[in-house]
Structures are given as C-alpha cells and as structure tokens.
Write a protein that binds this ligand. Sequence first.
Ligand SMILES: Cc1cc2nc3c(=O)[nH]c(=O)nc-3n(C[C@H](O)[C@H](O)[C@H](O)COP(=O)(O)OP(=O)(O)OC[C@H]3O[C@@H](n4cnc5c(N)ncnc54)[C@H](O)[C@@H]3O)c2cc1C
Length: 305
Amino acid sequence: MSFSPSLGFAKLFLPSPSLLNFMALDSTAFSPTSLDEAYELLTRFVSQAKIIAGGTDLMVLMNARQLNAERFIDIWALNELRGISDEGETIRIGALTTYTQLIKSPLIQLHAPALAEASRTIGAIQIQNRGTIGGNIVNASPAGDSLPVLAAFDAEVEVGSVRGVRRIGFNEFYTGYRKTVMAADEIVLAVRAPKLKPGERSFFYKVGTRRAQAISKIVMAVKAKTTDGMINSINISLGSVAPTVIRAPQTESLLANATLNDEVIWQAATHLSKEVSPITDMRSTEHYRRKVARNALAKILSQMV
Ligand SMILES: Cc1cc2nc3c(=O)[nH]c(=O)nc-3n(C[C@H](O)[C@H](O)[C@H](O)COP(=O)(O)OP(=O)(O)OC[C@H]3O[C@@H](n4cnc5c(N)ncnc54)[C@H](O)[C@@H]3O)c2cc1C
C-alpha cells in the first residue's frame, strides 16, 4: 500500500487491520476532516476515487475482490453529514445517519415512521450501527430497504461538489440498474423527507427469506391519506421488482378517490401485480414476486379501511 504525501490538507486514513487485508496493495486512503477537503480530493481523483462511509456494502465487495478502486475517501469523520433536523415541513437526514440513529429518532418516529420501521429490518445490530442512509441511497441496489420509503415520501436528495449544492427529487435519482444521476465528484450530503401531513399514514412491508438479516425478495412502502375509507392521496413504491426502486403510478391512479372495500382492494392489488416487472433470480421468482406484491398491497390497504 502506498500513501500520497502530497496532500497536506487531508489526513491520511489509517485503515483498520481488516480493511488493510482487503485493500488492493497499491491503493491509497484519505480521511478528510472537512467537506471542502473531501470535495478537493474528489475533484483531484474523480473516477479513480471511491467514497467509503460505513463500509458495509464496500467491505463485502472488497472481500469478494470485486472492488478495484485506487483511492478511498473515508468520509466517516465529516460530522456535517450527521444529524436529523426539523426544517418545518421536512425532516433533513444527514447522509452519515445510521439505521440505529433513525430507529431511535423521535423526529423520524413521529414524521416518517415507515423509515424507522424499514431501518429495523436492515441487517442486524452491527449493520444498523454502521450502515448509513447515504450509503443505501448511493449503493442503488433495487433491494435497498430505505429506498421505497424515500420514494413514497417524495423525498429529495441533496448532493454537493466543488460546484455547489443541488437537490434532486428521489423519484428522478435512479436512471437504471445501480445507476444514478450523480456526477463522479459529488457526495450525498443529506436526504429530505416531507413530514406526514395531518391524516396521512405510512406503511412498510418487507418479505425476505427469514425475518432478520435477509435481503428483500420484495419490499413496499405506502404513504396515504384516507377519510372514512376513501383515499384522498396515495403513493405506492416497491423494491426488488424492477432494476431500480419504483413507484406504481397506474395503481396509484386506480386508487385515487376510491372508497376502499374488499373488491376495490383486490382489483388494485391484482393491477399492481401486473404493473411491476420483477425478474427471477437467486432470491426469488418473477411469479412469487408478483404474487407477494399483490398480497402486500392488499394487506396494507386493508389496514386503511
Ligand atoms: C450482513 C449485511 C446485511 C445487510 N442487510 C441489509 C438489509 O437488510 N437491507 C438493506 O437495504 N441493506 C442491507 N445491507 C447493505 C448495507 O448495509 C446498506 O446498503 C448500507 O446502508 C450502506 O451504507 P454504508 O455507509 O455502509 O455504505 P458504504 O459501504 O460505505 O458505501 C456504499 C456505496 O455508497 C457510496 N457512498 C456512501 N456514502 C456516500 C455519500 N455520502 N456520498 C456519495 N457516495 C456515498 C460508496 O462509494 C459506495 O459506492 C446489508 C449489508 C450487510 C453486510
């Protein structure tokens, strides 16, 4: 492993013994102590550099020798990327916020409870203590469990670079399988989720092989407002049924202003099973995923009657 002494502004990162085992011998790691330093490093190394946050996704890739980055930029020390704050109509969640912090946050429990619920299903305690919401967003797995919640909430991703800060609608963030609209030198700073409005509720449903430590076979989040069983508004999103997290606009339209009863619920749920486009892979089959998407929506809608 070689270190670059020329970067006086950035502290060299001292990798843990386990990270040392997995880093390529000629790779270099930096640990910036301010966002500006991180931006400078990313500008300097652009496509050769890999940001590392909690490392829970990257370490798996390193272990499997599937990651060939030449430089690592460890952002764990950037405290400006931490914290959950109340911004009036929205909750701002710093990119380095861990699942444990989301689970414990009174703001999240009150204003975006489905996000706390999703966080409780992610990995086990070790992963919840170390994995970050920013990492889940940028990793861009179609099975990422926080993503359907952020899609259903119409969240916004805040990204920064030397060029400044921009906000991107969560539903415009992914362009294809593991592809995002981010430029190579951008960092996710935070995600903003609108608070639930009076009368709105959020729901989260995940199916994996087992109840803990399981990657989703299907994951769903719904945000809806109902009055006496009539739907005033509904956002439905799913993971593991398409190359990216998706919304279900046809089923949402079908349900707009509908009064919920067994027939309406079954019609909408059946429609959803046709609207999604899952694949068969090592975790599940297309047929099973369509069926579970239908049943999950029926279950959630039944709770609104
Ligand atoms: C045993 C195990 C169980 C797991 N279970 C689940 C599960 O149930 N559900 C689930 O959804 N996930 C699960 N994961 C995946 C993982 O924990 C999450 O995706 C986690 O949120 C990633 O965050 P991180 O900080 O560790 O990301 P890292 O591994 O550090 O980075 C992941 C990717 O994001 C990029 N990145 C990270 N932060 C930023 C940033 N702020 N700006 C720009 N780029 C950034 C990195 O460059 C990298 O490409 C599991 C992982 C393991 C090892």
